[in-house]
Design a protein around this ligand. Structure first.
Ligand SMILES: *Cc1c(COP(=O)(O)O)cnc(C)c1O
Length: 382
């Protein structure tokens, strides 16, 4: 639901653009802070890949959270936004030398290492700088998640992480290398997860692995459970803030942390998803024999999730209160998959009506591209 004042402002901005609702972001960040404070030794590293808009990042940084980066560009953007390097963790299966060097120079908290050859390279590059890099191993826990197949990451068949059976070998190797320090284990099973049972399954798996390591006298200072908490795409107004309480409690009840062990999580979508809407205008209403199309000025180059993952964003006409009609809401891009919604019931659409595609704060603006030589959409926080 938007206020008349918000809609008034939308009218003065060139479409398409991303609107970030400051109140929803503030409410979300405050809820996370309150819920985190109920548990000692819990830390949030915001997964910057979900939305790297500088104004949004500054709000997150102000709350004292850290960052989860998956590229050198993301490390740089986090530093630009004022995040403390000591709160940056860095994951990714293909870290290039310059990216590792950037992390070493900045003095990030931890490299989440995804393979044995990567460990060797981090050791070499750190040695060249006379530094010791803190490393955690990303372990592939072979835990499925009830989500879209393209966004599961923790199955044995996925490219991410080190296999459980190789965990001890990797740790032993890290302990023998002079320029890396083993400080933890990292996991990430997927995204848009709404069933807490998936996080229970991950907790159980981590407990098993910890028991195994404990018998061998290996000390693990940090456990990082990754991200993945989902949002309610069908109810952006009714459920603007995800259930962070339930999420952290699930870990508190199921994950057996050892004495002094710190728990890190890397939520992305849940932090920024519901604050964002892609705001677009109706260019034409086109009548065909079997269909009626509302052709809008935003396309899959601005918001690719529907084309990429069959994702659905609630569509609202903010300009019309007339009786509803049925439309396929489509963009201007030369691809048949450039469709935001089929058979959508919307108040009668006219040229110039403002349309909001809701719950687009995560994996929206940041995934935009210039296909068809289009302009990149801008993001506005107010
Ligand atoms: C993508 C990703 C996240 C964030 O996932 P969300 O579903 O947006 O919370 C966290 N950690 C890692 C390693 C990731 O790749």
């Amino acid at each position: 639901m938007f206020t008349q004042e918000q809609i008034q402002k939308f009218n003065g901005i060139e479409t398409p653009f991303y609107y970030y609702d400051k109140k929803v972001l503030d409410d979300t960040l405050q809820t996370i802070q309150q819920e985190l404070a109920k548990h000692s030794g819990y830390h949030l590293h915001y997964a910057i890949k979900a939305n790297a808009n500088i104004d949004v990042l500054k709000e997150i940084q102000k709350m004292g959270f850290g960052v989860d980066a998956v590229s050198g560009g993301e490390i740089q953007q986090a530093l630009n936004a004022g995040f403390d390097a000591s709160k940056i963790v860095y994951a990714g299966v293909g870290k290039a030398d310059w990216e590792i060097n950037l992390g070493l120079d900045a003095g990030i908290f931890c490299f989440n290492v995804e393979s044995e050859p990567e460990l060797q390279i981090i050791n070499e590059l750190a040695a060249a700088k006379g530094k010791v890099a803190r490393v955690a191993f990303r372990i592939n826990p072979n835990v499925g998640a009830h989500t879209h197949a393209n966004i599961t990451t923790g199955l044995a068949e996925n490219k991410f992480g080190i296999a459980m059976e190789d965990m001890e070998l990797a740790i032993k190797e890290a302990q023998e290398l002079p320029n890396v320090e083993f400080i933890g284990l990292h996991f990430h099973i997927g995204s848009q997860i709404l069933e807490m049972d998936d996080f229970v399954a991950l907790s159980n798996r981590i407990n098993e692995l910890q028991d195994r390591l404990e018998k061998q006298g290996v000390v693990v200072k940090n456990i990082n459970v990754g991200g993945g908490l989902g949002i309610y795409y069908t109810d952006p107004d009714g459920k603007p803030v995800p259930d962070f309480g339930k999420y952290f409690d699930t870990y508190a009840q199921n994950l057996k942390l050892r004495e002094g062990q710190q728990l890190h999580c890397e939520l992305g979508r849940a932090v920024v998803g519901q604050m964002g809407s892609l705001i677009t205008k109706v260019l034409y209403v086109k009548q065909c024999h079997i269909k009626q199309f509302a052709i809008v000025d935003a396309g899959m180059s601005d918001l690719i999730r529907p084309a990429l993952y069959d994702a659905h964003h609630e569509i609202q006409n903010l300009s019309s209160t007339e009786a509803e009609e049925t439309y396929d809401v489509v963009g201007p891009i030369c691809e048949s998959s450039d469709v935001f919604g089929k058979d959508e019931k919307l108040p009668k659409c006219h040229r110039g009506d403002i349309i909001a595609l809701r719950s687009a704060g995560a994996y929206g603006e940041i995934m935009a591209c210039q296909y068809n030589c289009r302009k990149l959409p801008k993001g506005y926080l107010f």
